[in-house]
Design a protein around this ligand. Sequence first.
Ligand code: ADP
Ligand code: MG
Length: 342
Amino acid sequence: MISTGDVIQLLPDHVANQIAAGEVVQRPASIVKELIENAVDAGATEIDLIVKDAGRTLVQVIDNGSGMSVTDLRLAFERHATSKIRTTEDIFQIQTKGFRGEALASIAAVAQIDAVTKTDSEEVGNRLIIEGGQVRDQLPAAHPRGTSLSVKNLFYNVPARRNFLKSNQVELRHIQEEFLRVALAHEKISFRFFHNDAEVYILKSGNLKQRIVQIFGRKIEAQLVPISEETEIVKISGFVGKPESAKKQRGEQYFFVNNRFIKSPYLHKAITEAFENLLPNQYVPSYFLYLEIDPSKIDINIHPTKTEIKFEDEYAIFAVLRSAVKHSLGQFNIMPSLDFDQ
Ligand code: ADP
Ligand code: MG
């Protein structure tokens, strides 16, 4: 190409945000995850998720958390705007779900936003209307302490992405999965989830076992084997399912690191190794396992959705996990299951 002088320009914010949205907002479930995580970070004890048409027309999250001041409400939708970190050092001590300050800006770039919020120190709350990343209106509005954030008509301005969405059934399944991942990591928070005005889950604050039973039903209770182990590098708690509750291929497999849902084929292997000889081929144990690790010893900054993680002491964690599960299975006299139709 023949150069005709300077051609490089900085992209306007709303264009940059729309590009970034490609990474953060894949489908309605991505919005569910980001909004619920923000509600958790805001210290909410009650969180409502309201979804219409599998999230195509509406994803709304209402929380009773801290709320936002009028200035913060405006800033929240700017790129790299976050209240959760300030310095590079903070990145290595993350205690919150969010910290990148990208989610709301990305979501706002590809949908219509109606946000209402109020803090304790304000008399009335504030409302902000955004369309395709552009602020349309801002006005005072009555609201109890906390935030209600509605995301309407996802991808209304990006038809190509809208057409990539799958059937309502598939999109709803993804939403449900994101919802459960947060609900299982925060059993003290009450959650309600409605789809097209029908109740999907009503989860009361309780302990972890109660939360698992509320979600997966009474039958699972007798199947749960408690896991508990603490070493210098990791604290492990939670439950694994007895061998007879295992399913072919996939069932309920939930790993959390510092209360964040994590996908880890490597740690999954530690569990299946612990079940060695207890399960026929292809059967996968269910588990709900919670690892607590010094945040400076992990890196969750690999991908915007933060479901992948790097451990400094990967092998040591693997070994502790495998032996903790093995130990519990042994202690509870778990025998190979004879009930399988092999
Ligand atoms: P991040 O969560 O990475 O900080 P977000 O774009 O998700 O980035 O949110 C930006 C900021 O908006 C947050 O840091 C927080 O200060 C504020 N915020 C977002 N949602 C809520 C909420 N439900 N309640 C209170 N503050 C919120
Ligand atoms: Mg966030």
